[in-house]
Each structure stands twice: as C-alpha cells, then as structure tokens.
Design a binder for this molecule. Structure first.
Ligand SMILES: [Zn+2]
Length: 360
C-alpha cells in the first residue's frame, strides 16, 4: 500500500481547508493496490465434510474436477455438487480477484480440471487466458454472470456505476451479492454438472432444490429485516463497489464507492467530495472491504463522525476454511448483521437462516 498515516493526515488537513487544485500535490498516483493474501492456499467456502477446495486434482477418483475462481462461487458450486465433485478455487481468500494474476500452479491444476466455472463479466482478469492455454480438450469454460444478465437496462440488466463506469466497458461484476442471482448461478451449475455427469442428474437436482430453498429463505429474511432500518439510513457507502445488485434487489441507495475505477486509492479531490457528501447526506456508517484494507475509511470516519465498519465481505466467507459458516450463505448472513446493525436496524430474521453447506 502506498498510503500512510502521515500521508492521510496531510491530505485531510488539505481537504479541510481547500478544494481541488490546491491539494493536487497529494493526488492519486494510480498505483495498483497491493493484494493482501490471507495465507494458505485457495479456499472455497465449503463447510466441513465436503470437497477440499485446495484439492490439486492430482488424484483421480472418477469425480468431476471443477476449477472455480472466487470463494463465494466455489461455495455455490459445492452446494450443488456436494461430495460428487472435487473443487479447486483458484483465487485465494482475501486476494483481489479483479487483478489476480494466475500462478504456475494454477496452470497445472487447470491442466487436470474437467471444467472451469468462473464469474465472467470481466471479473477474473487473466485467469480465462491461462485457462484457455491449459485446460484439456474437451474441458470447458463456463461463465455465470454472462448467462444470468443481458443488456444494460438499469432495472434488469448489467449495472455500470462508480468503480465500474460505462466508459471503461466492464459492468459491475458482483452479481452474486443478490441471493436471487446466486440462485440462478446455482441452477446454471446444476445444468453444467449434469451435462458432464448425466448419471447423477437427480442428485444435482436435489442438491440444487435444497440450496435454492435456503436462498429463498435468505432473500425473504433480508427483505423483512431491511425494513427495520430507518428509511433515511437505507443508504450505503462502501470502499469496494460490490453492492450494486444487492441494492437493486432490496431498494437500497448506494451513494458511492470510495475506491476509484482503477482500484487505487481515491484522489484528494475525490476525498473532499466524499466527505462533503457524507456530511450532506448524514451517512451513519461507512463500510470497508475484507479484500482491500485501507486507511482511507478510518480517516473519513474521523473527519465526518460516521461509524467505520471494516468487516463487510463480498469475496471471502467468514471464518476458517472448515468452519460451518465459511459459506456463501454464511457471508451474506454476517454481512446483513453488520450492515443493518450499524445503520440502526436489525438482522434478527436473517440471523436464523442456516449457513451450512446443504449438499449431500
Ligand atoms: Zn470485487
């Protein structure tokens, strides 16, 4: 990270007394954010007792070998495939999926995989190119987002917003934060696993049905709990711009994302604008990202009095690899508890949704 307390202190003094050009000396350098690996290998949000997402596919026991990318997708795949498949999540927990550069070991794993299931919508950077070079024939690449949304109708299609402006050409890729799109993802996975392994079509269907029931319960619980948040607080200012599809589903107002479109730190001018906006809109809390640790939000919090909450997640489920809650559902449940609580409401109903992997 290029930021430091000293740098931010100088910037905030600058922000407090002047706007724009006077602060240009502290402007954004455009330097890439350094990814912060959480240690260990790739993890997948599997919950205990199922396939290990660190599986390198070296052993061949006849089960489908499914490579995935980010942990929430690995969890969705495992909820459908259960013990019938083996999964390897390529992007380690806590690593920036948008700029992830595959390693030689990823190429080796892809060379042994039967299929790669990725998000698409330009999320995974160069992973697809490495996969095309290394997957065996007839191994296939499947993209979830590209089979979930089409077009750019703001009500039904892909969204372009703060960190993903239309001018850059890539939509906001975080579809999975909407549980109904996660359900669509799971149904797509069911179809693709069945194509490769038709003998277990009924098993994949049963697993999907069980998972979809929990996703429906999650969606219903969030829809009820969101009403406990005062209307004037139903707004979201996050560091990483990953809540667009969640917000569209639950009628929430994403007022901004602090991280610029090049995933660097915001400029001095951006920071001044954000502080002004937080004060004007009386934003009660601002939310960080588990993947992009930043001192920016602490500084903004000090300047505005808004509560800073650092634990909102979109890429890596909570807890250790084999924790029951280290799943896609576990991530959303914890997120809702954090978000609704900080915004003056309660996630009491959402907290009752079972978080464990439902596959058999
Ligand atoms: Zn992201």
């Amino acid at each position: 990270m290029r930021t430091s307390r000293t740098w931010w202190s100088a910037l905030l003094v600058c922000a407090a007394v002047a706007v724009g050009a006077a602060c240009s000396g502290a402007s954004n350098s455009g330097a890439p954010v350094t990814a912060t690996a959480a240690g260990g290998g790739p993890r997948a949000g599997v919950g205990p007792g199922l396939s290990d997402a660190r599986d390198d596919f070296k052993a061949d026991d006849g089960r489908l070998r499914v490579a995935t990318t980010v942990a929430p997708l690995s969890s969705i795949v495992l909820n459908v495939g259960g013990s019938l498949i083996r999964v390897h999540g390529l992007i380690p927990d806590g690593v920036d999926s948008h700029t992830y550069e595959p390693r030689p070991s990823d190429a080796e794993v892809l060379g042994r995989a039967d299929m790669l299931i990725m998000n698409g919508a330009n999320l995974e950077g160069t992973t697809e190119r490495i996969a095309l070079q290394n997957l065996r024939d007839p191994a296939r690449i499947y993209k979830l987002a590209d089979h979930t949304l089409a077009g750019d109708d703001p009500a039904t299609g892909f969204l372009y917003d703060f960190s993903f402006p239309r001018s850059d050409g890539s939509p906001n890729p975080h579809l999975w934060m909407n549980p109904l799109y996660a359900m669509r993802y799971a149904d797509l996975v069911r179809g693709w696993l069945t194509e490769h392994d038709p003998d277990h079509a009924a098993d994949y269907q049963e697993n999907y049905d069980r998972f979809a029931a929990v996703l429906r319960a999650l969606d219903g619980a969030i829809a009820v709990d969101r009403l406990t948040v005062p209307v004037e607080n139903r707004k979201l200012l996050t560091y990483h711009d990953s809540w667009a599809y969640w917000a569209r589903r639950y009628d929430w107002h994403v007022i901004g994302a602090i991280q610029p479109s090049d995933l660097s730190e915001p400029s001095a001018k951006d920071l001044v604008d954000l502080i002004t906006q937080i004060r004007r809109e009386r934003v009660p809390a601002i939310f960080g990202s588990e993947v992009f640790p930043s001192t920016t939000l602490e500084a903004i919090s000090r300047e505005t009095g808004a509560v800073y909450e650092e634990k909102l997640r979109d890429d890596s489920p909570p807890g250790a690899f084999d924790d029951v809650a280290h799943t896609y559902i576990g991530m959303l449940v914890e997120d809702m508890q954090i978000m609704f609580d900080r915004l003056g409401g309660s996630a009491a109903r959402t907290a009752k949704v079972p978080v464990e992997n439902t596959a058999r």
